[in-house]
Design a protein around this ligand. Structure first.
Ligand code: NDP
Ligand code: VSD
Length: 354
């Protein structure tokens, strides 16, 4: 087989054909060795060292609940000064009590600020600047505040769509807008943007929510490209369903089609997602996912995301073709769920009208 291909390829250059045939296995073996050598260099020499947040100021938005509070716990455990931001003071105070339990040093600053990050930009900038005066420049901004309201397109009220866009997109935008230019000037810093697996492909019942999360994905990709040169790293967190108070709340408005489809991605523990996000952020990885399903969906839906590492990219290149067919199958499966639910609804209507 190889010989036939080679013969066809080099045609009339008999001498060349003979050389290649004589050494074809040597060539394959040497190429293999080159790949192996690169892997060793990549794994052991170019291994990314995690940055330290010990003694640095970390701000966690949405730090009073779910993934956000788990992130804050991780940061306090790693010795950072932590400011958590959310609106509800009672939940903020309860979260600070939790953070106190993992305090590493007496001089570690742990505090909260009550703020609507999706509101007025000037107010967001004022509060963040004030925390910088009391604790120090923000070294890491972990944007985790967000919410989900589900329903098919015409079911979600216009008001709720504005709310989603304000909290999810403008919330992260406002905080990042204030912090990023300062980080670039300081030539160091970490930004985390929490998007979702729902920013990888359109999912029934997630319309306006997904729009806000796609917007965040776009923002993260852009600022990552713009900031690398200035020493600032950006991480895009792409969780699938995660067992949090926010998740319990959104389940109430979630169509069952959405539950079945997004259930296919599994249900994570917020602690696990938070650990992964922080680890990826400290290593400067752009993408942060947990679980094989999310990884595959991200490979499929995020083809041109800046994947870290040559070997991930090589793997990506090798699996993306066949995986695209799996994606075709997935869409068939999703559509069959939607058809089945519609059929059940129609049957239910008939029973009701009798
Ligand atoms: N759980 C999941 O299944 C998934 C979650 N995500 C995303 O992960 C992030 C965290 O989710 P999760 O832990 O479930 O959320 P939770 O609802 O448990 O927590 C949300 C946090 O954000 C805060 N928050 C909400 N709105 C505002 C606002 N306008 N200003 C300031 N703070 C605000 C909340 O406090 P308060 O209400 O007091 O302001 C709370 O601290 C979100 O961005 C979410 O979209 C992504 C994929 C899956
Ligand atoms: C080839 C691999 C097959 C695996 C099947 C994949 C199933 C699709 C997973 C989509 C998950 C979307 C979750 C969005 C969660 C979210 O953002 C909300 N909970 C908001 O809080």
């Amino acid at each position: 087989m190889i010989n036939a291909i080679i013969s066809k390829f080099v045609g009339g250059f008999e001498w060349f054909r003979l050389v290649i045939m004589e050494f074809s296995w040597d060539i394959i073996v040497s190429l293999g060795l080159v790949v192996l050598a690169h892997s060793i260099v990549y794994v052991f020499v170019m291994k990314k060292r995690a940055k330290s947040i010990d003694g640095r100021h970390v701000v966690v938005t949405g730090g009073s609940s779910g993934i956000g509070v788990c992130l804050a716990i991780e940061c306090v455990t790693k010795g950072a000064h932590v400011t958590i931001i959310a609106r509800d003071e009672k939940r903020l105070k309860a979260a600070v009590d939790q953070l106190e339990l993992v305090r590493q040093r007496a001089d570690q600053k742990i505090q909260y600020r009550s703020l609507d990050i999706g509101g007025d930009y000037e107010e967001v900038a004022r509060v963040l600047a004030e925390t910088e005066e009391t604790v120090g420049p923000i070294y890491a901004l972990l944007n985790c505040a967000g919410m989900a309201i589900c329903g098919v397109f015409e079911e979600v009220s216009v008001r709720d769509v504005h709310k989603l866009m304000n909290v999810n997109f403008f919330g992260s935008y406002n905080c990042t807008r204030h912090v990023l230019p300062k980080m670039k000037r300081a030539r160091e810093g970490i930004i985390v943007i929490t998007s979702s697996q729902a920013a990888m492909f359109g999912i029934y019942g997630y319309g306006p929510y997904a729009a806000s999360k796609y917007a965040l994905r776009a923002m993260a990709e852009t600022i990552a490209m713009e900031s690398r040169e200035h020493g600032v790293s950006v991480t895009l967190a792409l969780p699938c369903d995660t067992n949090t108070p926010g998740f319990e709340e959104e389940e109430k408005s979630k169509p069952r089609e959405t539950k079945i489809i997004s259930g296919g991605g599994g249900l994570l523990k917020p602690e696990d997602m938070a650990k992964a996000i922080l680890q990826d952020a400290l290593k400067g990885n752009f993408i942060s996912t947990v679980g094989a399903e999310s990884w595959l969906i991200t490979m499929l839906g995020g083809g041109l995301l800046p994947w870290d590492g040559f070997f991930t990219n090589l793997l990506h290149a090798l699996v993306i073709g066949p995986l695209r067919l799996v994606g075709y199958g997935l869409h068939k499966y999703f559509n069959s769920i939607i058809r089945k639910c519609a059929k059940e609804d129609r049957a239910g209507d008939k029973v009701e009208s009798k």
